[in-house]
Write a protein that binds this ligand. Structure first.
Ligand SMILES: NC(=O)c1ccc[n+]([C@@H]2O[C@H](COP(=O)([O-])OP(=O)(O)OC[C@H]3O[C@@H](n4cnc5c(N)ncnc54)[C@H](OP(=O)(O)O)[C@@H]3O)[C@@H](O)[C@H]2O)c1
Length: 366
């Protein structure tokens, strides 16, 4: 690292640590208020709706739990038992929106989630995804052929130990299969009662419109965060026009927006996609440090961590946005849910967003 960059990184690191400690201290000062807030989180004040009419889903806290990292792609794979306990704890904390996919593991994550949700299966919204070929335990290309979708759903239902999936997404658009055929297949599965609602992931406006015309979409799941603002305008406008909810995945950019990642962070290459993504190189992490400094400084003055500011900012964009941060830790789960209790003032939202927009981002998202 060049000396100048290194110095600015160390200074930023010091500021950030101070901010997180200050965030906790402020949290302690207002502990009574927080516990009121905690209760209020259970009072459904922050609930949100994805989708429209009979195709809608009501999400407690306006936030779900991304379960992928409990088995896949986040370097360290924790033991099963504490992850099952974490999912059950989330339910106790009134989380009702759980996200998994056939691809995560592959398969392992659906098996984990399926076991964890058994005691309360019918009381939650269970989301999964299809769309890949899997060979020798590895993803090997896209596959949304109708017969394959039907087969994958049968297998997912077994792994999830259930007879229906509340929200089934196509994981990625398969250019070899017209989206109308995909939507028609999911529509059949809905008629059979094996699936309740339909979603897409990382789809463009043309495919969103075509799919929605065959069967109304409840949600589009796509990467969106303070560092990945690609869906703004075309995608979000399409969702708004059609009454489709939006679910930002990697909403804290795979921990990048929390301050936990620095240029020396190491990833286990065969279980972490961050090792291949340009934004996680030491150079990009250093270059993008001003973004983190800005987020942390904003949170510092208000008693919120960088992760909370990042989630609250997403929630402030549209009332039909429902992020699904992933975590393997109860404390992070609680911290993230508390973000739903923070509301940006109009002025703060404008000035903070302007500050963020002025920062040049280094490194493509994929
Ligand atoms: N549709 C798609 O193509 C797609 C792609 C990727 C992900 N997803 C879904 O989106 C979910 C979330 O995405 P993601 O896991 O990629 O990224 P993310 O939610 O942005 O970040 C997760 C990472 O942040 C850390 N973290 C969470 N809360 C934290 C906090 N308060 N403070 C510090 N660190 C915190 C987690 O580590 P700890 O375990 O230490 O908390 C984990 O390493 C996934 O679980 C999956 O369900 C969908």
């Amino acid at each position: 690292m060049k000396e100048q960059n290194r110095r600015s990184f160390l200074k930023a690191g010091a500021t950030l640590s101070a901010s997180v400690i200050a965030g906790s201290a402020m949290g302690a000062v207002s502990n009574e208020k927080k516990s009121e807030k905690n209760d209020s989180l259970n009072m459904k004040t922050s609930d949100r709706t994805l989708g429209t009419g009979q195709h809608s889903l009501r999400i407690n806290h306006g936030m779900g739990l991304g379960c992928m990292g409990m088995s896949w792609h986040r370097t360290y794979i924790p033991d099963r038992k504490p992850m099952i306990e974490l999912i059950r704890k989330a339910y106790d904390m009134n989380v009702n929106f759980f996200d998994t996919a056939e691809a995560y593991g592959p398969w392992r994550n659906e098996e984990l989630v399926g076991e964890a949700i058994q005691p309360f299966r019918k009381k939650i919204i269970l989301c999964s995804k299809f769309g890949f070929n899997i060979q020798d335990g590895k993803l090997s290309g896209l596959n949304s052929k109708p017969a394959h979708i039907k087969e994958v759903v049968e297998q997912s239902l077994k792994r999830l130990k259930t007879d229906y999936i509340d929200l089934l997404y196509q994981h990625r658009i398969d250019p070899t299969v017209p989206i109308e055929e995909v939507a028609g297949t999911v529509k059949d599965l809905i008629k059979e009662g094996k699936v309740l609602h339909f979603g897409l992931s990382e789809a463009d406006p043309v495919n969103i419109r075509k799919a929605h015309a065959v069967h109304p979409l409840t949600a589009l799941q796509t990467e969106y965060s303070l560092i990945t603002r690609d869906p703004e305008e075309a995608i979000l406008n399409t969702c708004e026009e059609l009454g489709i909810g939006f679910v930002p995945y990697s909403p804290i950019s795979r921990a990048l927006l929390t301050g936990y990642i620095n240029p020396l962070t190491k990833y286990v290459a065969d279980n972490d996609n961050r090792d291949t993504l340009p934004r996680y190189t030491p150079e990009a992490v250093t270059a993008n440090w001003p973004l983190l400094e800005t987020i942390a400084a904003f949170g510092n003055q208000r008693g919120f961590t960088a992760a909370q500011v990042s989630l609250a900012w997403l929630l402030a964009q549209k009332p039909w946005i429902v992020p699904i941060p992933g975590t393997t830790k109860q404390a992070h789960l609680q911290e993230n849910l508390w973000a739903a209790g923070f509301e940006f003032s109009k002025e703060d939202l404008k000035s903070f967003t302007e500050q963020i927009a002025a920062i040049k981002i280094t490194g493509a998202r994929n």
